[in-house]
Ligand binder design. Structure first.
Ligand SMILES: C[S@@+](CC[C@H](N)C(=O)[O-])C[C@H]1O[C@@H](n2cnc3c(N)ncnc32)[C@H](O)[C@@H]1O
Length: 158
């Protein structure tokens, strides 16, 4: 089974190592625009993601993780009695992705082939993250955690 740039197209969750521990950054409304609002992790899969990955997310660091990508790999593997799963995608190892090399995470928005196309100030307010600006009109992608994908048997999502 072969898949090119599929896993980075699946949903991801944005989290941050906050003062009280891991928090999830939810998309919320702020007046007439979308904004991020921190809250508790939305599932055990998210809450325990870095423990299973054996990675300490440094304080203040943001990360984008995808239990959906692990579930897709588990489903694909179940469909194969014997064989190979060849996955080609943008990504990296957990130790590189979740730390000082990517303190703002890896989530990006592509709009008219422009990555994180700059936004103008509106109502005197600084724009939020570019990937939030044009919902439904831009392609979102994040870097796939190849460590978790390669080790999905150990990190099977309950
Ligand atoms: C970035 S595009 C890659 C398309 C193609 N593989 C290529 O190499 O050009 C991501 C593709 O994943 C498909 N996709 C998204 N979620 C999917 C899912 N859960 N199962 C199967 N395909 C999915 C989308 O429809 C889209 O065509």
């Amino acid at each position: 089974m072969y898949a090119n740039e599929l896993l980075d197209a699946l949903p991801c969750h944005r989290v941050r190592q906050g003062p009280q521990g891991l928090e999830e950054l939810y998309v919320d409304l702020d007046g007439d625009r979308l904004a991020l609002r921190p809250g508790p992790p939305s599932s055990d899969a998210i809450a325990g993601y870095f423990d299973r990955a054996g990675v300490d997310l440094p304080a203040g660091c943001v990360a984008d993780v995808s239990p959906a990508a692990l579930e897709w790999v588990a489903d694909a593997a179940r469909a194969l009695e014997r064989g190979w799963l060849l996955l080609v995608d943008y990504g990296g190892e957990a130790a590189e992705l979740f730390g000082p090399a990517h303190p703002e995470g890896t989530l990006r928005g592509y709009w008219r082939h422009l990555v994180d196309a700059p936004l103008e100030r509106r109502h005197g307010r600084a724009p939020g993250p570019a990937w939030l600006a044009r919902p439904g009109a831009q392609d979102l992608t994040y870097h796939v955690d190849f460590t978790a994908i390669a080790g999905w048997r150990r990190t099977r999502v309950s």
